[in-house]
Design a protein around this ligand. Structure first.
Ligand code: GLA
Length: 749
């Protein structure tokens, strides 16, 4: 066994920097990470930030073990060295009951491992032991190694100084002489203190009904959230939040939460062991997975981020939102506020031409739209969804002079120009497929499944990556395109990659996603002003991984504003309203013939990054006036909505007829409240909205920008009044919406 002595480190030739930091409650590092402390006597590592403390140590078996994760402790609280627990029975050995930070599949472990490897000689036993650690720029790196094989794993940790969210990943390195196959790889495991009353909240969905909030008691056994689809998917979202079974109030109690930064197949398993300890392991999906790591190669797992809030699920969401805006999205911590967009899809579908788009653009500009986006249908022989994907040249019948005249017109109207693309896909009816039938994911000699008449290109292939990169780069170099809506409209099927050696073929799961990211990264560096939206037939590719390269996300193709209240509510569990694109459309008139007031539709969409997707050719002068007024209003509120603290006052869950949200600006000066009523029953009044997050001792002035407060509601009152007495809203009937602002006008004397 390798002993963790300093001499040992030196012999192994590893660069060891064990820096000791003095803990300070207030210090925020330049890197944005909280300091890590290390106690060499006990071999205990500790991170503290915001309201959170995370402690881990090395036990007597040289395993890395969680010692504490939860509410922030006093700096003076010391932890003894980690000790592995005793076994419970011959069936539940110590290795299975230890709260490992990262464990290989080997020995007698029966719980979900973090890493499983098959070696060329058939050995599948992996026993990782602590070797060394280093702390650099407030990042902790812990090196582990198998007891005999030259497999090294470096665990990376950083705690975000503002939110206390821990960011983890694992780097696996093959220093042996032969390749081995990784069959399962997680970023690591988070362990919860023992408890029998944990409740898991998670998100499920399908096309046009993404982001449904679910909850389930955590009992013995395992709950697996996952995608086997090749990309993120909406059946499950790579996010969890776990609270205790004490309160239905979103703002109460302790909540542990986490999310994976990965846009390929993923899994998060939540497992309660024989001692009622809960282990949460997240990373690449193990199903059908294999990654051949050759001699000298290393691979890094996706990041698995997790945090703690003592302000319930609402607090967990706010910490996630803050991290996304301040640390994850491009240009963080100062990403641009989302412009108001117009999108042509629901108005014109595939029936695009220059004159029609110009007519829409002129109307969009007249109501205050800032970015005009032309959707599907402008390229190849794309008359419908049966042809054209893959052929990224401008369709000459629709745009005889190319895109330039339209782009010029849009720019001269004072708007940015955006364009829809779906780069990873191909229709059978396309020149690309006719020339390169071998470029799709498939198994030779087997049928290939189509979805929406299209197939998935194997982006793991270097030639496919080069093709996608070059057509996008050319499109952007030749046209002044400010924004791409990057779509992806089906799952993988038959994920074969036959032109690489048999043992490398399953690398496709990892390499596809890596190439997707690298294209986004390269495009952004070549075209620094470009912004990108992640769309996947609605919200099937929204995750912290793609968020590093994209500025906004499309949550759902379902733009019915009533359904959207539910969809948007779920979206905001993990993700910021400032990233959530929400169009005002006419679609509510289509499937169920709801003639919803335009004001209701606008207020529903104003809760995120506002857009318009209606057919403006059909708008009446009154509609234009409403649209213009509410877009102008939105611009005065958007910083608070997109960057502020969100309180889901009444979540539209469990069949609630009502929903209400509140946003408090970061500086605390502006508060925005939206209230919606689906249909009133038996003339009951709307529930009093008890606001949250205000300064008790300040005075706030109430103004309605849509709808009314009940007679007698004061025009100004203290934060304490609004939070305890609350705001009464005058709403009755069907499909009503109201919007208010509260402005901090003074501190109480
Ligand atoms: C997907 C997107 C829609 C639209 C269509 C175009 O469904 O989610 O917004 O872009 O494709 O085909």
């Amino acid at each position: 066994m390798i002993r963790p002595s300093v001499l040992g480190y030196a012999r192994m030739g590893l660069a060891i920097t064990l820096s000791l930091f003095v803990f300070s409650c207030t210090s925020i590092s330049q890197t944005g990470n909280a300091p890590v402390t290390y106690d060499a006597n006990t071999r205990v590592f500790r991170m503290d930030a915001a309201g959170v403390t995370y402690v881990l140590g090395v036990n007597e078996h040289e395993q890395v073990q969680t010692l504490y994760w939860g509410k922030r402790l006093s700096p003076g609280d010391a932890f003894p060295a980690a000790r592995s627990p005793r076994g419970y029975s011959a069936f539940d050995l110590p290795i299975t009951l230890t709260q490992h930070e990262f464990v290989g599949w080997g020995g007698g472990i029966v719980l979900e491992p973090d890493l499983k490897i098959t070696f060329p000689d058939g050995n599948r036993d992996l026993a990782l032991k602590y070797v060394s650690s280093s702390i650099k720029e407030n990042k902790l790196n812990i090196v582990m190694k198998d007891i005999s094989r030259e497999v090294y794993v470096t665990l990376h940790y950083a705690m975000d100084a503002e939110t206390g969210i821990v960011r983890r990943s694992a780097e696996i390195e093959n220093r042996s002489d032969a390749a081995f196959t990784i069959e399962q790889a997680a970023a690591g495991t988070y362990n919860l203190p023992r408890g029998t009353d944990y409740h898991l909240h998670f998100l499920t969905g399908r096309w046009a009904a993404e982001w449904s909030v679910q909850d389930e008691a955590i009992r013995g056994g395992k709950i697996v959230l996952e995608s086997r689809r090749g990309t993120t998917g909406s059946q499950n979202i790579p996010f969890f939040v776990i609270d205790r079974d004490i309160s239905k109030d979103q703002e109460q109690g302790d909540a542990y939460f986490g999310a994976l930064a990965w846009s390929g197949s993923w899994q998060i398993s939540i497992e309660q062991d024989a001692l009622q300890q809960v282990h949460i392991t997240g990373g690449l999906n193990a199903f059908d997975f294999g990654y051949r790591l050759k001699k000298g190669e290393r691979i890094e797992t996706p990041e698995f981020l997790a945090g703690f809030s003592s302000q319930g699920i609402g607090g967990a969401s706010r910490l996630m939102h803050r991290l996304e805006i301040d640390s994850i999205v491009p240009n963080a911590p100062n990403p641009r506020l989302r412009p108001v967009i117009y999108n042509s899809w629901e108005a014109t579908t595939f029936h695009l031409d220059e004159a029609g788009q110009v007519a829409l653009a002129e109307k969009a500009a007249s109501i205050g739209v800032e970015r005009f986006v032309m959707d599907d249908g402008w390229f190849g022989q794309r008359m419908n969804d049966r042809a054209g994907l893959g052929d990224w040249y401008v369709n000459k019948e629709k745009f005889p002079h190319g895109l330039k005249p339209l782009i010029y017109k849009v720019h001269s109207l004072g708007m940015e120009f955006g364009l829809w693309v779906e780069p990873e896909m191909v229709n059978a009816d396309s020149d690309l497929y006719r020339n390169h039938p071998d470029w799709i994911l498939n198994f030779p000699g087997r049928p290939h499944t189509e979805g929406r008449n299209q197939m998935v290109l194997n982006l793991a292939r270097p030639d496919v990556r080069a093709y996608v990169m070059s057509f996008l780069n050319k499109l952007l170099a030749e046209n002044e395109i400010d924004f791409l809506k990057w779509d992806y409209n089906r799952n993988w099927s038959e994920p074969g990659w036959s032109d690489v050696p048999l043992e490398d073929q399953k690398d496709v799961y990892y390499d596809f996603t890596k190439n997707f990211y690298s294209i986004l990264e390269e495009l952004r560096s070549k075209h620094p002003k470009l912004e990108i939206e992640s769309c996947s037939g609605g919200g099937s590719r929204v995750d912290l991984g793609v968020m590093r390269y994209t500025d906004q996300d499309w949550p759902s193709d379902n733009t019915n504003p009533v359904d959207r209240l539910v969809i948007q509510n779920g979206f905001t569990y993990p993700y910021s309203p400032g990233l959530m694109v929400a169009w005002v459309t006419d679609s509510s008139n289509l499937p169920n013939r709801l003639a919803l007031p335009l004001e209701f539709r606008f207020l529903s969409s104003m809760q995120g990054a506002l857009g318009v997707g209606a057919n403006l050719n059909k708008y009446t002068p009154e509609d234009f006036a409403v649209a213009k007024r509410l877009i102008a209003q939105y611009k005065t509120l958007r910083e608070t909505i997109q960057r502020g603290l969100l309180y889901r006052l009444i979540p539209p869950e469990d069949g609630s007829e009502r929903s209400a949200t509140e946003y408090v600006s970061r500086d605390g000066k502006q508060v925005v409240v939206f209230a919606f009523l689906h249909s009133s029953i038996e003339r009951y009044p709307y529930p009093t909205l008890k606001l949250r997050g205000l300064d008790e001792d300040a005075v706030y002035k109430l103004e309605a920008f849509e709808g009314k407060a009940t007679n007698g509601v004061p025009a100004t009152a203290s934060g304490s009044y609004w939070m305890n007495r609350g705001l009464d809203v005058n709403m009755n009937g069907d499909f009503q919406a109201a919007g208010f602002t509260l402005t901090k006008v003074a501190a109480l004397k």
